[in-house]
Design a protein around this ligand. Structure first.
Ligand code: SF4
Length: 85
């Protein structure tokens, strides 16, 4: 396995070189209403938890198959393992 094929454990999408997916996610987040969207502080704290979670592999949550960088943007979403406070 060469360097490019390695899966980055505990990396978010933005750190995994999956720029196309991240760009799409950013656009989708921009289109959320303020009512739907979590605050910047909540978003960042959720992703900090994901960064230390064993379920995060290459920007995907292996507990539920979501992209945490997208899921965390929704105020009403919850971590599938109840790790977000
Ligand atoms: S289980 Fe929760 S904390 Fe872990 S990666 Fe998934 S969403 Fe993040």
């Amino acid at each position: 396995m060469n360097e490019e094929e390695r899966v980055c454990r505990r990396c978010l999408l933005i750190e995994s070189g999956k720029d196309g997916i991240m760009l799409d996610i950013r656009k989708r987040i921009e289109n959320l209403s303020e009512e739907e969207k979590s605050s910047a502080g909540v978003y960042d704290s959720r992703l900090a938890v994901c960064k230390n979670c064993d379920y995060l592999v290459g920007g995907t949550c292996m507990k539920c198959g979501c992209y945490p960088e997208f899921r965390a943007a929704f105020r009403k979403q919850r971590c599938p393992a109840n790790k977000w406070s």
